[in-house]
Design a protein around this ligand. Sequence first.
Ligand SMILES: Cc1ncc(COP(=O)(O)O)c(C=O)c1O
Length: 404
Amino acid sequence: MFNVKSKMNSGFGNLQGGLFSKIEKADVGDGVAKLLSSGVDILGWADPFFPDPSIPEKVKKVMISALEEGKVSHYSLPIGRPELRAEIAKKISRQTGLDINPSRNVIVTPGSDSGLLYALMPFISEGDEVLVPKPSYPSNFLNPKLLGGKTVEVPLYDEDNYAFRIDEFEKRVTSRTKVVLITHPNNPTTTVFRKENLIKLCDFVKKHDLILVSDQAFEDHIFDGIEFVSPATIEGMWERTLTVCSISKGIGLSGFRIGYIYASDEIMEVLYGGAVNVLGAASTLSSIGAEAIINDVEYLDEVFEKLERRRDLVNEVFKDTPGISFRPSESGILTWINVSKLGKSDDIANYLLKEANVLVNSGVPYGMEGYLRIVTACIADDDKARAVFEKMRNAFIKKYYELK
Ligand SMILES: Cc1ncc(COP(=O)(O)O)c(C=O)c1O
């Protein structure tokens, strides 16, 4: 029998998208749609306010006009519309103080997932190694392998609030190490890596002459006044850092599929060169919508307030729930909960689905047993969200007393 997988590289050959396995992959198939239609509350989809509408009126208006004018049936540029790159450059400068040239330092990607793989592509050949802190966004563990490289996991520890331990990086660096790939703030833990900790990581990157890829999909919402530092701004890092960002989480426009990378001219020369082949071009209509909102600070403040309120609601509802523990989120739309006293991650996630009709993420794909990731900013309405959190709290309490 013809074995087509034997023709593939091992990174792709080992992939399973759910067609032939018994377990459907909720994040690629129609698993979530089925659960949603059966009345399950989905808190396992890192998508602000899902499944409720979240397009700002202003964005709707410009997109409708653009549709009516009819021009959006045409390609944007493979590196992104100049208007969008100009807005993105403004946003980066506003957030980091970096002087960004929109025609040299920014590329638009169709969502940041493709940007994350593209950022690694120029650097990773067969056998090259990528250091990836764990826990982390699951794509970070897979992407190096898709390119024929090797993922080398570097543990982070709950007791350190998941800060980098540089000695753990030092233990794993080899002559094949090319890249350090971080998610900052981290998904699933929400950790904002502090400046002193980042400087130490950057010293390590420079000492070993490596590249840093910093996935900053969650950079827009940092709570409690914690300072957010983009590693590209740290001395000696601009020339060796690719920063990958998105409008999916920060602005809540995940369906637009707009992400972007910023980096030095030398790196961007290469990314521009391969843009047609690898990225095609982002959607023209979405780009026009994104241009209208990326620097609307008033609207962004409104989203921030909503997310902060939701973060506080989570703290209020889950505080002192027996059997679980968590830290208030430092960023974004997630909460990372230690459920190890109640059972294994997968078992507790399945239990919540049955007992509370809620889908959350097991911590295992993120790299840790005994934890759950909850996307607490799903569901737009605060009262509805509260009711879902309360169902979950009751389920945790029930489990705790069953085990006693
Ligand atoms: C940490 C992180 N980076 C990147 C992405 C990709 O987001 P998008 O492709 O919507 O920009 C996600 C999505 O969940 C994420 O959690």
